[in-house]
Design a protein around this ligand. Structure first.
Ligand code: SAM
Length: 310
């Protein structure tokens, strides 16, 4: 991945947060914090986009709530490529703060997020006694740790997480949302393997593209290329089987992968959100959601009930 591609990839966190903010504004789900992370007017998004973000946010939220509840909050969540995501604040508001919540991203994204937190009392009030490094690369506040690292360097990632007081004995959930596809499969495999090697009880939730070898996927790839974003990891997103195998071959005993169309159709609140904005026809929504998937991988050595997530 080139430097310019790295810069372009960092800007994808704005797209994600803008789309989330628009969907929240239209009533798809509640998030009191997203407005503080992204500024400026939000252009109208197609209902397919908002429904896709709803499916992703809702499905992941349900898994996080299950994980924190099973472990009675004696757990850690590590969000790799966290961008401007607000999940920590939403968990805090729901009285579901885990023992440790770690967010990792490139330094420029981390510095921006830190400035947002500094400026907004609503974000700051969930983080008493903030300690910030002078170079804006690290923020540590009770359970919340925001740190900068290129996650392709797993040695550095481990070093940074250790500095941030990660505890390898705690059940730990890794979250990657549209992150691994930006790196070559040997790099993402290293991250996936490192996580399962280091933690005896852990979960990996990976949300990203799938079925990347058809005409629809080619349009997605070309659109991102125009923005200098190269999908170096598209090969690992070829289909569901390839997604499953990268986890099975890298130390995860139990793995499931579903495309987002399947997940969307299972969501209990689907009928409510479908009344928010009408679709002319559902074919585009189906096609779009069939090109994203959720992988849930579980390693539950101590038999603490993590398999309920899959
Ligand atoms: C599409 S955004 C998703 C942000 C967030 N997960 C969400 O869903 O709102 C991808 C994020 O991954 C980060 N990212 C991609 N590659 C990374 C790497 N090698 N190291 C650290 N962060 C990375 C980008 O900077 C960006 O913030």
């Amino acid at each position: 991945m080139s430097q310019s591609s790295d810069v372009a990839i960092q800007s994808t966190c704005d797209d994600a947060s803008m789309c989330k903010r628009y969907a929240v504004h239209r009533g798809y789900w509640k998030d009191e914090y997203i407005n503080f992370m992204v500024h400026g007017s939000t252009s109208r998004k197609q209902p397919e986009i908002s429904r896709g973000y709803y499916a992703r946010t809702e499905a992941i939220w349900k898994l996080l709530v299950q994980f924190v509840s099973i472990t009675e909050r004696r757990c850690q969540i590590v969000s790799l490529g966290a961008g401007l995501d607000t999940t920590y604040w939403r968990l805090h508001a729901a009285d579901l703060t885990p023992h440790g919540y770690f967010e990792v991203d490139f330094i420029d994204v981390v510095a921006r997020k830190m400035r947002c937190i500094g400026r907004n009392p609503a974000l700051r009030s969930c983080l008493p006694n903030i300690e910030t490094q002078r170079d804006e690369s690290y923020l540590h506040c009770g359970p919340y740790r925001l740190l900068s690292c290129d996650i392709r360097d797993t040695l550095k990632l481990e070093e940074q997480l250790v500095n941030a007081k990660i505890d390898f004995s705690y059940p730990t959930l890794f979250l990657t949302e549209c992150v691994l596809i930006y790196m070559a499969p040997d790099r993402s495999n290293k991250i996936i393997k490192w996580a399962s090697d280091k933690f005896k009880d852990c979960v990996f939730i990976n949300y990203e593209q799938v079925n990347m070898n058809d005409a629809f996927a080619q349009v997605m790839i070309n659109n991102l290329k125009l923005r200098q974003c190269w999908l170096d990891g598209a090969g690992a997103c070829e289909n569901k089987q390839v997604q499953l195998e990268r986890f099975i071959h890298n130390g995860w005993p139990k793995v499931v992968c579903d495309d987002m169309w399947t997940i969307y159709n299972r969501l209990p609140e689907r009928q409510r959100i479908e009344r928010l904005e009408m679709l002319d026809e559902s074919e585009l929504l189906q096609q779009l959601l069939q090109h994203y998937c959720l992988v849930i991988a579980v390693k539950d050595t101590s038999d603490i009930g993590l398999e309920i997530l899959i």
